[in-house]
Design a protein around this ligand. Structure first.
Ligand SMILES: O=C(O)Cc1cc(O)ccc1O
Ligand SMILES: [Fe+2]
Length: 435
């Protein structure tokens, strides 16, 4: 499918799928072209300062109030929403899971979403959840809307094509898609199967981090983000609209497609980004820099520098530091680190962390390179080395992440994970400074 996008991050975009569908010079004329309805969707309070203000104007076949009706509460399967702190009773630990296979029994988007962790409080609009998407069924007359947060979807296996109210966004492994809070979509699977990690961000929408002394360019560059162009469905048939709202799932039976937006303008839009366009900065002479240098997107909290969620990646790059232990240092962190591996190997965990797998190093849980990585990093000759064919990522949050019962009971959980550090010897010798 040859899809077109508009380039930029946080721009005011405008797009029309029919010539002249977009009103000119005003948002809400008495008569909208082609008999469309004008509707605003606000992703920030009206009075939010400009840099945080998000809204779009949609020109649609029916106002979205016609896409609702009577909602009934339905079972939310494996989807959980914070606070969900008492469901699993595992003792605290460093946790890691091998990749889950994608079941081939037919699954809709909803029963292919399995929550792994939750943190914060969705109703307080802070915190996040991590979900694992194991999908094998295209949604046809079924649509979903999340009022609790925005979705950041990290494709790991197979293509994911999101038909959204604002247009179509397709991603493949190496790419991400963000769907703002409240935007209706359905998911199509061009390859039949897909595996993806989802960060559901309850807080402020993701934005680009400040660059500070880096300057005006580098890391994720604005022009590499892509927003969809308007595309509408004019479909009258029995359909289902699911809404997740304050942690519960509701269903409304509707008689048409809610993806009926013919034109739109604004800055509240889904978007995609190819993580391989990230322009990394790094330690050019000594030491291992803090992973914040690899932040792609951040959802700030009200406390400066204390993210609700940071989305960071560990992309292909050169390692050049001299006289340096090059992998991540051993550490404990007040922030909680959920990691996934999209492809390749991750330098701190060469064996047990596999593409499609997950790890969780929660608040103040010690971690760092396993024994194999430590050995290699302390013995290797320090020539410039390219870390190639590798892409890992981290959702790092200020809140402790509570795992779900589903995650605790997954057969892929590696009960022996902490043994990856057991071969680290005591190396201390008070008589020998130069071990
Ligand atoms: O724990 C991890 O593997 C993630 C990580 C990477 C890094 O380079 C520095 C700190 C950090 O938490
Ligand atoms: Fe870490």
């Amino acid at each position: 499918m040859n899809l077109h996008y508009m380039s930029g991050f946080g721009n005011s975009f405008e797009t029309e799928a029919l010539p002249g569908a977009l009103p000119v010079g005003q948002n809400s004329p008495q008569h909208v072209p082609y008999g469309l309805y004008a509707e605003q969707i606000s992703g920030s309070p009206f009075t939010a300062p400009r840099h945080l203000n998000r809204r779009s104007w949609l020109y649609r076949i029916r106002p979205s109030v016609k896409h609702g009706g009577r909602f009934k509460a339905v079972d939310s399967g494996d989807i959980r929403t914070a606070p969900n702190s008492t469901e699993a009773s595992l003792p605290i630990a460093q946790l890691r899971w091998s990749p889950s296979s994608i079941p081939d029994r037919a699954q809709t988007f909803l029963d292919s979403v399995h929550t792994i962790t939750t943190c914060g409080d969705a109703e307080a609009q802070s915190g996040m959840a991590v979900h694992l998407l194991l999908a094998s069924q295209t949604m046809t007359e079924s649509y979903f809307q999340n009022a609790d947060g925005e979705f950041l979807i990290v494709a790991q296996h197979g293509k994911l094509r999101f038909h959204t109210e604002l247009g179509v966004v397709e991603i493949q492994p190496g790419e991400i898609c963000v769907i703002p809070r409240g935007i209706v979509f359905r998911l199509e699977l061009p390859d039949g199967l897909a595996r993806a990690y989802i960060c559901e961000n309850y807080g402020l929408p993701f934005m680009l981090p400040e660059r500070g002394p880096i300057g005006a360019n580098g890391l994720a560059n604005e022009r590499d983000f892509q927003a969809p162009i308007a595309a509408w469905e004019d479909k009258d048939c029995a359909s289902e609209l699911y809404i997740k709202w304050c942690g519960r799932l509701y269903l409304a039976e509707i008689q048409h497609s809610p993806l009926d937006v013919v034109a739109w303008h604004g800055n509240y839009t889904p978007y995609k980004y190819d993580l391989r366009r990230f322009s990394p900065m790094g330690a050019l002479r000594i030491d291992h820099a803090d992973p914040s240098i690899f932040t792609v997107l951040t959802s700030p909290s009200a406390v400066a520098g204390t993210a609700n969620v940071d989305f960071a990646i560990f992309p292909e790059r050169w390692a050049v530091a001299e006289n340096t232990f090059r992998p991540p240092w051993y550490h404990r962190n007040i922030m909680s680190e959920f990691m996934g591996l999209i492809y390749g190997t991750y330098d701190a965990k060469p064996s047990g962390f596999r593409p499609g797998g997950m790890s969780l190093h929660n608040m103040m849980m010690p971690h760092g390179p396993d024994a194999e990585a430590f050995d290699k990093a302390t013995q290797v000759e320090l020539t410039p080395v390219k870390l190639q064919d590798t892409l890992a990522f981290m959702f790092e949050t200020r809140f402790p992440q509570r795992i779900t019962r589903y995650a605790a009971e997954l057969p892929t959980r590696q009960e022996d994970y902490i043994d990856c550090w057991s071969d680290l010897p005591k190396r201390f010798d008070p008589r020998n400074k130069a071990v």
